[in-house]
Write a protein that binds this ligand. Structure first.
Ligand SMILES: C[S@@+](CC[C@H](N)C(=O)[O-])C[C@H]1O[C@@H](n2cnc3c(N)ncnc32)[C@H](O)[C@@H]1O
Length: 251
């Protein structure tokens, strides 16, 4: 169990960024929800892993017959159930469950989705029906790389093998027949310093939750932050280059 991460996500209690003002410019055309829409229909049974406070699954997930959405943080699931009240017609159940210790029968789901969360490829393979589809979006080691280099730390900064490559290999080794990996580059422009700071304080971009001391609060060094802002301020806002990846795999 990832105790430090769980503690941090319990403290945060939602994955809502609507207070942060920023715009996104996509360099790649791959889109997580558009990919899901290619496979999902009104009869699909869909599992969304590490769903957070349900913010995205409630508003962006394409049509499905039934959605089960899980998270190991019971605080996140509590938030998700509150958020669900604004989507009375969505056929969705939120359940507290660890992605690394899933409790579903084999061959159950038509589609499993996972966005920015840890996965166990073998457990996903087992709970997917034959020809079932896994769609995931992950955050790569090289995400926000200039920022991480300046601070000399950050999520996956010291990983020997990039997360993207590891997920790809784990999924192939789990037995999936077709596995497609796509690199996603996008530029985010934060309206003010406070918007960027709010992002960095809430997410594990700089202070990887798995490495945080449970009692410590994450600290953003002001001098380094100011250097980043002064060297990355553009007409559109403060630029942050995101490096993500998408994987679509068929059982
Ligand atoms: C970065 S947030 C992403 C939330 C949501 N998928 C989204 O894209 O907005 C990661 C979520 O994964 C959850 N998580 C992390 N490790 C987990 C695990 N082992 N089992 C289940 N959920 C986990 C966290 O509690 C958190 O809500």
């Amino acid at each position: 169990m990832q105790e430090k991460e769980l503690k941090k996500y319990e403290e945060i209690g939602n994955w809502d960024f609507s207070d942060i003002q920023y715009i996104v410019e996509q360099e790649s055309s791959w889109d997580f929800y558009k990919e899901i829409a290619k496979y999902s229909n009104k009869n699909s049974l869909l599992l969304d892993l590490g769903t957070g406070g349900g913010e995205k699954v409630l508003s962006l997930m394409p049509e499905a017959g039934m959605i089960i959405a899980t998270d190991f943080s019971s605080k996140m699931i509590e938030t998700a159930n509150k958020n669900k009240e604004n989507f009375p017609n969505k056929n969705i159940k939120f359940v507290t469950m660890d992605n690394l210790n899933m409790k579903f029968p084999n061959n159950l789901f038509d589609i499993v989705t996972a966005r920015h969360t840890i996965i166990d490829a073998v457990q996903i393979y087992d709970c997917l029906s034959n020809n079932g589809i896994l769609i995931l979006e992950g955050v790569d080691k090289f995400d926000c790389w200039e920022l991480k280099t300046l601070f000399n730390r950050g999520q996956a900064f010291n990983d020997k093998i990039s997360i993207c490559q590891k997920d790809y290999e784990d999924i192939k080794n789990a037995g999936f027949s077709k596995v497609h990996l796509e690199k996603i580059i996008q530029y985010e422009y934060y309206k003010t310093e406070n918007d960027l700071l709010a992002l960095l304080l809430k997410t594990p971009i700089l202070d990887d939750f798995s490495e945080l001391d449970i009692s410590s609060k994450n600290q953003i060094e002001k001098d380094l932050f100011d250097t980043y802002v002064s060297t990355h301020t553009t007409e559109k806002g403060i630029e942050l280059k995101r490096v993500l990846y998408g994987i679509v795999a068929q059982k």
